[in-house]
Design a protein around this ligand. Sequence first.
Ligand code: GLP
Length: 236
Amino acid sequence: MNYIVVENYEQLSRKAANLIAAVVVTKPNCVLGLATGSSPLGTYAELIKKCEAGDVDFSAVTSVNLDEYVGLDGTNDQSYRYFMDTNLFSKVNIDHSKTHVPNGCAADLAAEGARYDELIRSLGGIDLQLLGIGLDGHIGFNEPDDCFTAATHEVELDPSTIEANARFFEKKEDVPTSAITMGMMSIMQAKKVLLIANGAKKKEILEKSLFGPITPAVPASILQLHPDLTVIFSEN
Ligand code: GLP
């Protein structure tokens, strides 16, 4: 594991963007696994700057996002599709038809999960997967459980996750109670994994995930088994 501790969020964002840019530069038609949440916002802002400067070209890139809320479609400003369109895709030269987010409005979510896994497989897997981490150790929306789930699947959100994500909604009751998330198989099969975390409140769960026992009770702990994991942490 490559564990990088930086001084502040700006440094974290620049380093993460540099690592992602390096993948795009060396493999212009790469598959990027992308994440939502507040953690990657700075990274995306840096990538937009690099694209505007002509240093990174996203025109041949394909992206696959980790997750989506069940019941929110892309026009809903709380959906992860909307988040990605607003914070990255509309601001770089990526081909929108090559950006993928699980469909949280699919009538059959099990079939949607299977379709999404087949899509990732048909793309040749993920070259770099960007991850944030939830306060309960979730990655994507893989919540603490008795077992790790391999496939893209529907998940009931943990009350603590609903509480944590309520900050993005008008009121807590508006937060969907379930989501569809990439499972551990596609994440662990990514050639590189880049986990970013910032803030003192993430320190304990990050250390538990990286240095504690590998257990589905702490979903991110599975990353200890990944052969090419980079973690960037800023306490501030
Ligand atoms: C959400 C997302 C995760 C993300 C997590 C942490 O629940 N599904 O992918 O890592 O929140 O969010 P933040 O970066 O805002 O702390």
